[in-house]
Design a protein around this ligand. Sequence first.
Ligand code: ADP
Length: 649
Amino acid sequence: MRYTHIMSTETFEFQVEARQLLQLMIHSVYSNKDVFLRELVSNASDALDKLRLAALRDDTLDADVSDLHIDIETDTDARTLTVRDNGIGMSYDEVGRLIGTIANSGTAKFVQELREAQDEAGAEGLIGQFGVGFYSGFMVADEMTLLTRKAGEGQGTRWSSRGEGTYTLERVDDAPQGTTVTLHLKPADSDDQLHDYTSDWTIREIVKRYSDFITWPIRMIPKAAAAGDAPEGSEDEAGAAREPETLNSMKALWARSREDVSDDEYHELYKHISHDWREPLETVRLQAEGTFEYQALLFVPSHAPHDLYNQGYKRGVQLYVKRVFIMDDCEALLPPYLRFVKGVVDAADLSLNVSREILQQDRHIRMMQRRLTKKVVSTVKDMMTAAPERYATFWREFGAVLKEGLLTDSDNRDTLLAVSSFATTHSEDEPTTLKSYVERMKDGQDAVYYLTGESRQSIENSPHMEAFRAKGIEVLLLTDPVDEVWVDAVGEFEGKPLRSVAKGEVDLGGTDDEKAEGEREKQGEEYADLLGWMKERLDDDVKEVRLSSRLTVSPACIVSDAHDLTPALENMYRAMGQEVPRARRILELNPDHVLVKGLNQAYREREDRTGLAETAELLHGLAVLAEGGRPKEPGRFVKLVADHLERAL
Ligand code: ADP
């Protein structure tokens, strides 16, 4: 075919990241090169979906939607492979923007990791992890050309590149509707892993394996048997007129019964939808019959995407209405705490013109959301017993997101609590469920104890843990930011209160004997004056100074009241720009510590208490530091410490 050029060709440089990625593709470290075809077919299928939808919404659109399909054409002599769709196409600007750059989220991070991954195995893993759509063609081609015309526009665009530093763009007068991608294949002997992509047999195999479920026909006109194709012989009679053959079954996987679909087929659909090249962790099927009929095929990925916590993260599943694609990223069907779930929902009774705004308010959609949410959560629950290793992977990747549901989804709170697991002092590496924690609780223990903090290590070193460690009482170690908030909202598990070891009075119920009780009372009297005096000195910062029953080795610690914000939460609110009053908290002293004993003795003996006031201030500063806080005036604190050290020399 020939096209008239009405403008000269312009040459552009690839964006740096794109160039690096292309280098990798050309030097083809990814061993399964066949997947390039899956990627091109996937793009073509999306383009057909988009055109059908555009035509539905705008009946003045000048586009032919009577025979939407994908063609694959190969030429053995010219060594080319062509994938053509008559879908939505791209404008000149879109080609430059979409094909000249890599806009995919996480790409900057990807490219950086790529640079760091020196070896090929590392790079291969990374490609699989991020997926690279269109560019994967350069694994098998030394030149790619894309000719496209956007539906409704008169003029087309030709993009061409050898994948090195540059690409060319030119406007073309009479391009057909849609997009044609032509690969000039690398020499057959350039790589042992390269299959013969000009063979009908190879193409059939690859399409069947990776793209069978595509709902549009993928067609190919078989070559004559005489052309030396097809290892196992072709049905073609040499010279007979050849009809196009449809290579895929086109059956929507979600509408087929479970027994008819292999796991591999489900996995390929997942890859098509998610642009992830790895297998999903779990497939969730749901078929709802009755007045509001729908089918859902959902996937839990095996890895959390890099942008899961970003503001702009695109969440949601694909929405179809009776096999017709309606939208990507439909948020209304799943709550934000299941934002990692990918998949398809096909509803029978929605209007094809349904908008996001309408979906948000639709009663049926809310019912679907409830049902889908329950189904996903119960799948996680089943995984716990049926596939503990997969559950462990799930929890490592998505536990922190799922716990957001403890705050926001009171309907499923109990199940979510049941499927949650937490790091614990009981085991170095195995997290525990709340149920197992409760089973291990000591006689007389009436609460589930936890402590929040930045890391396991910082929590374990906290003075608040001392008495619990000494008494062998298990404490959950909560290190996700969301832990700071859900514990208060949830409050209890199966009637057992969740209690922070850094809050309130510690009463390690019944574990103290009579003698200790009596001794505590005596100590209380001995220290009463010192405590009162210290409270006066530190009045700006603390609301109470009292003796502690939670310390064994540290001299002092800071404690909150049950309803106070933790220091981490205070910081979080401040970071979000909210005003938070500086909380006055409780200072607890360890009456068995030499420093505290000495202070008390000096207090009782001395008239001049200037030096003692400094010691009181230091004790308070140390307690603040120990819980990961910051003394109010770090400079002054450092000076006091230095002075005291000097005097001790
Ligand atoms: P991805 O498909 O992961 O977004 P690609 O590099 O494969 O990444 O494609 C980038 C974009 O180029 C697509 O999102 C799409 O907008 C556009 N595109 C690619 N192929 C086609 C096609 N055949 N028809 C229309 N647009 C396409």
